[in-house]
Design a protein around this ligand. Sequence first.
Ligand code: NDP
Length: 397
Amino acid sequence: MGKVLIIGAGGVGTVVAHKVAQNPEVFTEIMIASRTKAKCDAVVKAIGNPNIQTAQVDADKVDELVALFESFRPEIVINVALPYQDLTIMEACLKTGVNYLDTANYEPKDVAHFEYSWQWAYKKRFEEAGLTAILGCGFDPGVSGVYTAYAAKHHFDEIQYLDIVDCNAGNHHKAFATNFNPEINIREITQNGRYYENGQWITTQPLEIHKPLTYPNIGPRESYLLYHEELESLVKNFPTIKRARFWMTFGQEYLTHLRVIQDIGMARIDEVDYNGVKIVPLQFLKAVLPNPQDLGKNYDGETSIGCRIRGLKDGKEHTYYIYNNCSHQAAYKETGMQGVSYTTGVPAMIGAMMFLKGIWKKPGVWNVEEFDPDPFMEQLNKQGLPWHEVMDGDLEL
Ligand code: NDP
């Protein structure tokens, strides 16, 4: 059906490449490009399919991207580099007539702040070019939005309360490591918390609000209220929502390390002078922390991510919990990566598949919940992320 270009050969890029290669009837030609070509070549070797092409590209540079897109001529780019590259890749797509998909919204390098406004501003240009841009198509954001759209379509007339709950009950047996890019991860978690209630955004101190929540097959885990990007699009696209929150579990060890990292200035994102060289402490920290891509081998346990929803159907109040549990070891056996990369990479592949099949294809810039959730939900069950539902149970929230 179509040619796909994957940008980024990290944990998520590796999973996307595996999954794309598993669906040759949809993805007829594949290229993986990243800053370090050797990493792309290593992914291709691990997959064992010499037909996958590789290339070097600096995705911060629009002209390099344009040259690559013009030579390979993909129909869609799956951007699984870092959020800093979203806008340059979108620009290059517009210049060359290529469709776009990502898993994380744009963040400027020098401010730890993320919101959709920068990418939503491209809507008219994508519309006029007849190109589709699918934003936030990992697990959360991504499947969390598809689950919400599915609940709205099949189970509710009005969604009123939405809690996205993200538990990683796995153990990688390291004192401290992040499950995806440490720089992006630490920037996200050390920000103020924020949630939506009755038309307003309420800001909290970082990790100020927390409570134990019970996760299927896992049990109770302390869960912390964070701001997460899909809240912004979901309250816009489902205006009946009265309250929307996002919760993530953290262990005490992780939080203690995080506090120390902040207290000693290693989470700083401004430049400091070190022996005449300018370095950003958080980027330096990334260089010495375990690489998330290497965690898979010794990772046990599972993740559990879902949406807990309360609302009205036929005038009556109902609750609904939809979730997926993903085993780190099963993800590792299939792709060589742990569950967090897996749960992000599989939906990115499915989003691109939806586009190439013509199901999620409409000119403009869209969040995933603006498309039909049903064919995507069907693929989740087929591609390794099966979902489960609990009707009218206790949501604890
Ligand atoms: P990694 O750091 O493992 O990989 C990032 C990759 O992008 C690396 O191969 C890196 O190259 C490459 N890259 C970075 N900068 C550039 C550049 N300027 N030009 C070309 N390539 C570049 O990150 P992850 O795989 O863990 O995460 C990838 C994305 O997925 C991130 O945006 C993250 O926010 C998102 N994510 C989304 C989730 C969701 O559920 N929606 C959950 C988890 C992650 P090099 O190796 O040379 O540095």
